[in-house]
Design a protein around this ligand. Structure first.
Ligand code: F6R
Length: 635
């Protein structure tokens, strides 16, 4: 029995990996271009910008370069452009399209249409009318590519946009400006206005493909696909279009009923993790502790099938309760000399060698500071590997303050300060002239990296770790000086393999941000996965006893029903962790590229750890002040 259609009102295609989804979409675009070529007709495409379509454009460029796909007959219309903005600005969509697609394929200049960000305000109406007329004159858009904003916008049609809207000037919502702030050095630089095609303009396309990647998009994807048609979720209006498809990766699709509550959407195999997922979500839905769930609760919430399979509902309650209970331990390295029935970590060997990978210089303390401290206090050999320098997140003011300190220090002790004075003066002069978003000079980047290294070292000393156990990797993929990073490279992997081989850990902790294809954390994780895979393939003996535990980065937490190891924290441990996070002074108060969450890192960490503890308590388990959470990854 498959009841996916009962929930999903627009066709959906789900891929494990972004690259496969992007290949699929690029393949469809290429097929259309070729079909039109064969008919001697133009191919009219509607194109989007943002992080989502980048991989699709990269694949189109590859198809052009390696498989001879010609763009000779292609005519493009972009959805939108900031207003006002110069086409030469790195953040303009004009710049984006040329950088990611147009400069690398044989499209004719005159066939490219992007709303102008530079016309006089009084001319915008005319610009919009002309844009619509041009599309119409070419017989309309044949294939429209879309991304989706976390508020459900398509193009820049923000919530509340009329179903009948056409190309026009719009105000950007604050949430959109925040979401896009990562491209600008600060929020105030993000334009407040944009020119966008309207909902009607989009709906007139013959075919529409909306792509979404990563878990940040999963709630809005669910609303757009399964919710009501509502102008407050503009993407839901696509339900009225008869030839639209949503192309998602597994993370963007995670909240769809078929994934979130698969027992409602069709037959499922009742494995222990599935039973746990179903019962925990039932308990949360009816707001009851697990052991208070009744047979009626199961029946009324689509779990009759589980009852039929498992028999006694109370046994199922107990089974799930024990699973949750067994995930809680104060011994992240295993409890030595004690035989517990189902501990998350092995008691032997003791002590263990633990290696914590921290993508940025503060993720260790932010995301697993309590566990880090316990591992050390319980006598394990703890190493920390800082994967990237984190240098772009240090402000200019902060870096000059430190250079100033060095000059003052040298003068105080009558050390020749001419070199540092020169460096400081050069840096000041450079930063004064630096344009918004210009890349820092290598010297300034190096000093910014040093600032963060010193903070990380201070944190390790605070926890009690020896300097010999601190490893700064400065992985090369990160060192572009901009938000845009290089993909994982051979050098990154080799360096990681070498470190793992040197330390030979019994357990590895890594930031398990599996989604967000362009994020630093994801690349850092991919590098670890690949390094472990290679070591395993080479047959190193120790790797068979090396367990991989994933924590989540600063932004979110594991779903409660997935957690395999929950480390409780006392109120004192919460405070100790807070002070450990405070050591990262360059990341306090105001940080460049803060993203959409204005809370400071220590606040996020405390909210999240308290929340996990509360969720456990609501399910009927012991109430702790806070908890850090991990999932074991089998590689
Ligand atoms: C861009 C556009 C927007 C984006 C949306 C998602 O041309 O029209 O609707 O598609 O804001 O942005 P990303 O892909 O950066 O998450």
């Amino acid at each position: 029995m498959n009841m996916v259609d009962t929930f999903e009102k627009t066709p959906v295609k789900i891929f494990d990996q972004v690259k496969d989804g992007a290949k699929y979409v690029a393949g469809e675009i290429a097929a259309l271009i070729r079909k039109k070529q064969a008919e001697n007709k133009p191919c009219v495409l509607g194109l989007a910008t943002g992080s989502t379509p980048k991989s699709t454009y990269a694949e189109l460029v590859r198809l052009h370069k390696e498989e001879g796909l010609s763009f000779e007959n292609v005519i493009t219309f972009n959805l939108d452009e900031y207003y006002p903005i110069e086409p030469t600005a790195r953040q303009s969509y004009y710049y984006f399209m040329h950088q990611h697609l147009f400069n690398h394929v044989n499209i004719r200049k005159e066939n490219i249409h992007i709303p102008s960000g530079t016309v006089e305000k009084s001319d915008i109406k005319q610009l919009c009318t002309d844009y619509e007329a041009k599309i119409e004159a070419l017989g309309g858009i044949q294939l429209q590519i879309l991304g989706i904003g976390i508020n459900g916008h398509i193009g820049f049609n923000e919530p509340g946009s009329s179903y009948y809207s056409k190309t026009r000037l719009v105000h950007l919502e604050n949430s959109t400006r925040i979401a896009n702030a990562y491209e600008f050095s600060s929020m105030s630089q993000v334009p407040r206005l944009a020119v966008t095609m309207g909902i009607q303009t989009i709906l007139k396309a013959e075919r529409i493909i909306l792509m979404a990647w990563g878990d940040k998009k999963s709630p809005v994807v669910k609303e757009a696909v399964e919710g009501l048609v509502d102008e407050h979720i503009p993407a839901s209006l696509l339900q009225n279009h008869s030839n639209t498809e949503f192309v998602l990766d597994q993370f963007a699709a995670a909240d769809l009923t078929r994934n979130k509550s698969p027992w409602l959407a069709g037959d499922v195999e009742w494995t222990p993790p599935m039973i746990r997922k179903a019962v925990v979500s039932l308990a949360q839905k009816v707001s009851k502790p697990i052991l208070s769930l009744t047979e009626k609760d199961y029946r009324e919430n689509g779990l009759s099938d589980l009852l039929t399979e498992e028999g006694d509902y109370y046994q199922t309650n107990l089974q799930v309760f024990y699973m949750m209970r067994d995930s809680i331990t104060g011994w992240p390295g295993g409890k030595p000399n004690v035989l517990l029935p189902n501990p998350p970590e092995r008691s032997e060997p003791y002590p263990k060698t633990s290696l914590i990978f921290s993508p940025h210089p503060d993720d260790d303390i932010i995301s697993m500071g309590g566990t880090f401290q316990r591992l050390h206090d319980q006598g394990h050999h703890v190493h920390v590997a800082y994967q990237t320098s984190g240098n772009i997140a240090v402000t200019d003011e902060f870096v000059t303050r430190f250079m100033d300190f060095v000059v003052g220090f040298e003068q105080m002790f009558a050390i020749d300060s001419t070199i540092s004075e020169n460096l400081l003066n050069e840096a000041r002069a450079y930063l004064k002239e630096k344009k918004t978003n210009e890349i820092d000079s290598p010297e300034i980047r190096a000093v910014k990296g040093l600032v963060r290294r010193c903070e990380a070292k201070a944190t390790c000393r605070y926890v009690g770790i020896d300097d010999d156990n601190i490893h700064f990797m400065n992985l090369p993929f990160y060192e572009t000086g901009t938000i845009e990073k290089k993909p994982m490279g051979e050098a990154d992997i080799e360096q990681t393999v070498a470190l793992l081989r040197k330390i030979k850990p019994h357990q590895v902790f890594a930031a398990g941000d599996l989604a967000d294809p362009h994020g630093t954390h994801k690349v850092c994780l991919d590098i670890i996965f690949e390094a472990l895979r290679r070591i395993k393939a080479d047959g190193d003996e120790w790797i068979n006893n090396c367990w991989l535990w994933l924590y989540k980065g600063a932004w979110q937490e594991w779903d409660i029903s997935e957690i395999e190891m929950a480390i409780p924290m006392s109120p004192d441990q919460v405070l100790k962790k807070r002070h450990g996070i405070f050591i990262h002074q360059s990341q306090k108060d105001s940080v460049p590229f803060q993203g959409s969450d204005s809370r400071e890192f220590w606040q996020r960490a405390e909210d999240r750890n308290a929340n996990t503890a509360n969720l456990y308590a609501q399910l009927g388990l012991t109430k702790y002040a806070a908890m850090e959470a991990f999932v074991r990854w089998h590689y």
